[in-house]
Write a protein that binds this ligand. Structure first.
Ligand code: GLC
Length: 560
C-alpha cells in the first residue's frame, strides 16, 4: 500500500493532539549487534517498517545508562545512552533519521527516582549522615530506640516496605531511605531547589538534541506530604489508592507547580516541545489537572486502557475522558497496552469483568484465555480506538497480534516484582518479549544471523505465524489490518481531533457513533446480530462483512 506523506496537521505545532505514536520497548524491538538485546542500530534499521505501518511518532522507553534492575527505569546518568543500546552519537543519528522520515520522537524521563548507582546517591551514602547530598533524596531516622523500624508504613509498588536501611560509612546501621519502587530506585527529594534545577537542565539537554517530546514517568508521585504521614487503612491498596483524596504520596497538589516550570522550558523552543504524563490518578477530572493550558500537553488515559471489553464500561471511559479533557482544552489519549500491563489481546480473551481487568499491581489475572476470541476483539478494538477523537499510543507487537506470554520459565523472569512479591507475582516480562520479525524459529529475525547470544527473553515457537514477514501481504492478518486502519486515519484527517456523537438508536451492547463530516464507527459487543450498512460505504471492518455480524461477534466499520 502506498504511504502518503504526513497528514496536514502532522507538521503543525499541535501535531501531538492527534498523533498516532508507536511505543518502542527498545530492549525488545530489534537487536542490531547480536548481543540478544534490542538497540539503537536495530531500531534504526527497522524505521522503514514503522513508516510503512503509518505511525506519526515514536516513544522510546528509557535508554539511559542503567543497572537495569527495573528495565531502565533505574537511571544512573540522565545525559547519556546505555552502552547496551548504543552511544549518544547513535542517538543523534537516530533523531536525524526519524525527522528525515517525517516522524517525531518522544523519550522517557524518570524524575521520581534515580538508580542507587547514580552519582548523587552514591555520594549521599558515602558522605555520612550530615552530608548535603542526602538532601537530594528522602532519608529519615528509623522508629524505636534502635531506629530499626521503618519511618512509616508506606509500601513499595513492587512489594514489601518502601524503606531500606543503610549502613553508614563507619559500619553502623544508619537511617532509612524511601523508594516507592525497588530499593535500587531511591525517591528524589523534589523539595530541593537543586533537584528542580537539575531536572530542568536534563530536559533542555534532550530538547537541544532535537527530541520532540518527553514522557514523564510516575508524574503523580514526585511530591510527598510534609511529615510523611502513615497511609490510612484505605490507602494501602497501592496504585488504586491514587484515587483517594489527600493521599500522602500520590497526586499531591505540589506536582503542578513543577510541571508549570517544565512547560515554560518546552515553550521556550521555536518549535515547542511536548510532554506526556504517566499519571495514575483516580477520576478523569484529576487527570485533566495535569494537562491544563500551562502544564503538560497530554496524559495517558488508564481508565480506557484498563476497561473491560464491555460496551457500558468502554462508553463510560470514553465519555468521561472526552469531557474532562475538553474542559481544559486538551486532547484525549487512547492506548490498549503498554510495557507494564498484560497485553490486551490476552485480557480480551478472558471472561470480562464489570470493573477494570488489570492494574499495575495485578499482573496475572486468573481465568482461561481464548486467544481466538481475544484476537477478534483486539481487531475490533484497534478500529474503535483509531476512530476516537484525540491521540493514540500503540505498543510494539500489538500490530502483530502478540499475546501475553504467561509461561516464561521462572529462571528467565527479570521484573523485580517476581522477587519482591516472594514469587507470587510473575511481573511484566510476559508483555516485553523480543519482537518476531521473520523466519520459522526463534529468534525470528530479532537478532542478526551472526548473533553471539540468544534474546534476553525466550520467544514462543508459535510466534512463527505472527512474524511481520509472515503477515505481510496476508489481507486477513492483524498487521495488514493495522496498516489499512492507519492509512485510513492518515488520509482522513477528520478522524484525528474533533467531536463524537453517540447514536441514540443503538442497542445497549452496541457502540455506535458518528464523527463529522459523516464517518460512522460501530462495534458489536453484544449477543444479537447487527444489521449491516451499505457495503459500498464500508472503509474497513475487523471481520469480513459478507459473513455478517453474528450474535456474539464484534466488528467495527467506518462509513462515509
Ligand atoms: C512506570 C513505568 C514502569 C516502572 C515504574 C517505575 O510505571 O512505566 O515500567 O517500573 O514507572 O519507574
Amino acid at each position: 500500500m502506498a504511504v502518503p506523506g504526513n497528514r496536514p496537521s502532522a507538521d503543525a505545532r499541535d501535531w501531538w493532539r492527534e498523533a498516532v505514536c508507536y511505543q518502542v520497548y527498545l530492549r525488545s524491538f530489534a537487536d542490531g549487534n547480536g548481543d540478544g538485546v534490542g538497540d539503537l542500530i536495530g531500531l534504526y534499521q527497522r524505521l522503514p517498517y514503522l513508516v510503512g505501518l503509518g505511525v506519526d511518532a515514536l516513544w522510546i522507553n528509557p535508554w539511559f545508562p542503567s543497572p537495569m534492575v527495573d528495565g531502565g527505569y533505574d537511571v544512573a546518568d540522565y545525559r547519556a545512552i546505555d552502552p547496551v543500546f548504543g552511544t549518544l552519537s547513535d542517538a543523534r543519528a537516530m533523531i536525524e533519521e526519524i525527522h528525515a522520515l517525517g516522524l517525531r520522537l518522544l523519550i522517557d524521563i524518570v524524575p521520581n527516582h534515580t538508580s542507587s548507582q547514580h552519582p548523587w546517591f552514591r555520594a549521599a551514602l558515602a558522605g555520612g549522615p550530615d552530608c548535603v547530598e542526602r538532601d537530594r533524596y528522602i532519608f529519615r531516622p528509623g522508629v524505636g530506640p534502635e531506629g530499626d523500624a521503618p519511618p512509616n508504613n508506606w509500601r513499595s509498588v513492587f512489594g514489601g516496605s518502601a524503606w531500606t536501611r543503610i549502613v553508614e560509612p563507619d559500619g553502623r546501621a544508619g537511617s532509612w531511605y524511601l523508594h516507592l519502587f525497588a530499593p535500587e530506585q531511591p525517591d528524589v527529594n523534589w523539595d530541593s531547589p537543586l533537584v528542580r534545577r537539575e531536572f530542568e537542565s536534563i530536559l533542555r539537554f534532550w530538547f537541544d538534541l532535537g527530541v520532540d517530546g518527553i514522557r514523564i514517568d510516575v508524574a503523580h508521585a514526585m511530591v510527598k506530604a510534609p511529615g510523611l504521614p502513615d497511609l490510612g487503612p484505605s490507602d494501602i491498596e497501592l496504585l488504586a489508592s491514587a484515587a483517594h483524596p489527600d493521599h500522602p504520596h500520590w497526586d499531591r497538589e505540589g506536582v503542578h507547580e513543577i510541571f508549570r516550570g517544565w512547560r515554560a522550558v518546552a515553550d521556550s523552543y521555536p518549535e515547542p516541545r511536548v510532554f506526556l504524563a504517566e499519571a495514575c490518578v483516580g477520576a478523569s477530572e484529576r487527570l485533566a489537572r495535569y494537562v491544563r493550558a500551562d502544564e503538560l500537553h497530554t496524559a495517558f488515559n488508564f481508565d480506557y486502557l484498563t476497561a473491560s471489553w464491555r460496551a457500558d464500561t468502554l462508553r463510560i471511559a470514553i465519555n468521561s475522558s472526552l469531557s474532562a479533557m475538553a474542559a481544559v482544552g486538551a486532547p484525549a489519549i487512547w492506548a490498549l497496552s503498554n510495557h507494564d500491563v498484560v497485553r490486551h489481546l490476552t485480557r480480551y480473551g478472558r471472561p470480562q469483568s464489570d470493573g477494570p481487568v488489570h492494574t499495575l499491581a495485578n499482573h496475572s489475572p486468573p481465568g482461561p484465555v481464548d486467544l481466538a476470541l481475544g484476537t477478534r476483539r483486539a481487531r475490533a478494538a484497534v478500529l474503535l480506538m483509531l476512530a476516537l477523537p484525540g491521540g493514540v499510543y500503540l505498543y510494539q507487537g500489538e500490530e502483530l497480534g502478540l499475546w501475553e506470554v504467561e509461561d516464561l520459565p521462572e529462571e528467565t523472569l527479570q521484573d523485580p516484582t517476581w522477587e519482591r512479591s516472594g514469587h507470587t507475582d510473575r511481573g511484566r516480562d510476559g508483555c516485553r518479549l523480543p519482537m518476531p520479525w521473520s523466519g520459522d524459529a526463534p529468534p525470528f529475525g530479532f537478532s542478526p544471523d551472526h548473533a553471539q547470544k540468544v534474546p534476553w527473553l525466550p520467544q514462543p515457537p508459535q510466534w512463527k505465524q505472527l512474524t511481520a514477514q509472515a503477515q505481510t501481504g496476508d489481507e486477513q492478518s492483524m498487521l495488514e489490518l493495522y496498516r489499512k486502519a492507519l492509512h485510513i486515519r492518515r488520509v482522513h484527517p477528520a478522524l484525528g481531533e474533533g467531536s463524537l456523537a453517540w447514536d441514540s438508536t443503538a442497542v445497549p451492547d452496541v457502540l455506535s457513533f458518528t464523527r463529522p463530516p459523516g464517518f460512522r464507527c460501530v462495534v458489536n459487543l453484544g449477543q444479537g446480530a447487527v444489521p449491516l450498512p451499505d457495503h459500498r460505504e464500508v472503509l474497513l471492518s475487523s471481520v469480513p462483512l459478507e459473513a455478517g455480524l453474528l450474535p456474539g461477534d464484534a466488528a467495527v466499520w467506518l462509513a462515509r
